[in-house]
Design a protein around this ligand. Structure first.
Ligand SMILES: Cc1cc2nc3c(=O)[nH]c(=O)nc-3n(C[C@H](O)[C@H](O)[C@H](O)COP(=O)(O)OP(=O)(O)OC[C@H]3O[C@@H](n4cnc5c(N)ncnc54)[C@H](O)[C@@H]3O)c2cc1C
Length: 386
């Protein structure tokens, strides 16, 4: 088969692109991934004990974008699900983001005074960054902010990134809020849910067009070569003149010419036990204890009924780009890394035949809805009429 599009990476970016290229543009697509499954980091599967788990960490779909929600709803129905997170703070399990209930639980002796002070100062439902609250002239508010900074934010951040908050971009640290409400939902978006039969099932539905050919367990280097001087792409040694969509790592595409872009890696450890539930909530964060950051129990997300349950622990680690098994999860938000990415982006901009899109190609943490929106926009802005 000859192809109009080669798409490298079968994550949600590559899959949405393949679906649109085949179904909307009527093109023939080759979709390649080095893993043995589709879905990228959103992949889910039934483990040996029959529990549906997310291989690369809990994924909750949430968006305010009706277009994206309607688009994915062509390929799945949804389990309505509002994610909630508790944090183990001292001996208490308290809502995260820290809210008025968390104040009651952690600071019972002074909670009425604290709540009166913050309700005087801020709007109900406002999300106030901890660092902003820390600067308050009101000593009781500053004390609350200090408590949250020390007990919820500081050690979690250090564990998560292997860096102190000062070493990270202010854009990240300044976003962590205290929520002035009793609303314990982790997200406030209009649409929130989990695909009823799982993400992988939704992706299979998206890829059902017979004009999409999927090659798994295939690193693109095995079949594609790149002439960087002439800016030409070869598929199985023959020049390919169609469109190339690249959703892998941008630094890898350019052979790490300026050095590797740093990521935080995650090791996911799953455990199944013979009990209905392991913990009282879907996700519990451990800011101050242990090497892992959080434990997620999947049956809460999926609504699955079983007398067994599977939990997943997440251990952040340094990412080594030479280790083929390492899972690059989060770009590290630091100005020097953004500058390094911009150097690669300049190279990418010169490669007109190749479109770089997705979290690895753009070196940017993006939720699923943002990635889908970007691909849908790309189709209408760049490819409609190709
Ligand atoms: C722990 C964690 C939890 C998250 N939770 C949420 C959530 O709750 N809600 C939400 O909206 N988002 C969440 N996200 C973000 C979500 O995972 C991303 O939005 C999504 O994975 C981006 O898709 P992508 O296609 O850009 O990248 P990926 O899913 O990484 O897909 C890229 C694909 O390219 C392939 N590839 C790379 N290099 C090569 C190569 N050399 N040859 C062939 N193939 C290659 C990879 O194998 C991969 O399959 C979470 C992310 C993490 C890390």
């Amino acid at each position: 088969m000859s192809y109009d599009f080669i798409i490298i990476g079968a994550g949600i970016a590559g899959i949405t692109m393949a679906e649109q290229a085949a179904n909307i543009l009527g093109k023939k697509v080759l979709l390649i991934d080095k893993r043995n499954h589709i879905g990228g980091n959103c992949y889910d599967y039934y483990n040996d004990d029959g529990i549906l788990v997310h291989k690369y960490g809990p994924h909750i779909f949430h968006t305010n974008n009706t277009k994206v929600y309607n688009y994915l709803s062509l390929y799945t129905t949804w389990i309505s699900y509002n994610h909630k997170v508790l944090g183990k703070i001292g001996g208490n399990l308290v809502p995260i983001p820290f809210n008025l209930i968390s104040i009651d639980k952690c600071l019972p002796d002074i909670s009425n005074n604290v709540k009166t002070a913050i309700l005087d100062e801020y709007e109900v439902n406002q999300k106030v960054p901890i660092l902003e609250m820390k600067k308050s002239d009101n000593p009781i508010i500053a004390k609350l902010a200090h408590f949250v900074y020390e007990n919820v934010f500081l050690h979690y951040t250090e564990k998560m990134w292997g860096l102190t908050p000062e070493e990270l971009d202010a854009s990240v640290t300044s976003r962590v809020p205290i929520q002035i409400s009793y609303d314990c939902r982790y997200f406030q978006d209009v649409y929130q849910g989990i695909p009823r039969d799982g993400y992988t099932n939704m992706f299979n539905n998206m890829l059902s067009n017979h004009n999409i050919n999927i090659l798994l367990e295939k690193d693109y280097h095995d079949i594609i070569s790149i002439d960087y001087e002439q800016k030409k792409i070869y598929l199985y040694d023959e020049e390919f003149t169609g469109e190339v969509i690249f959703t892998g790592m941008i630094d890898e595409f350019f052979n790490y010419e300026y050095g590797p872009l740093p990521y935080r890696a995650m090791v996911f450890m799953d455990e199944t036990s013979n009990q209905e539930h392991f913990q009282e909530n879907a996700t519990i964060n451990y800011p101050n204890d242990y090497h892992f950051t959080r434990i997620t129990e999947y049956k809460y997300l999926t609504g699955q009924v079983s007398d067994k349950t599977t939990i997943q622990l997440e251990f952040p680690e340094e990412y080594d780009y030479t280790d083929k098994n390492a899972i690059a999860c989060y770009p590290i938000p630091q100005e020097k890394n953004e500058k390094l990415y911009m150097k690669y982006k300049l190279l990418a901009d010169e490669f007109e035949q190749v479109t770089f899109i997705g979290r690895l190609a753009e070196y940017k943490y993006m939720n699923m809805d943002v990635v889908v929106e970007k691909v849908l926009n790309l189709i209408s802005e760049k490819f409609t009429g190709v």
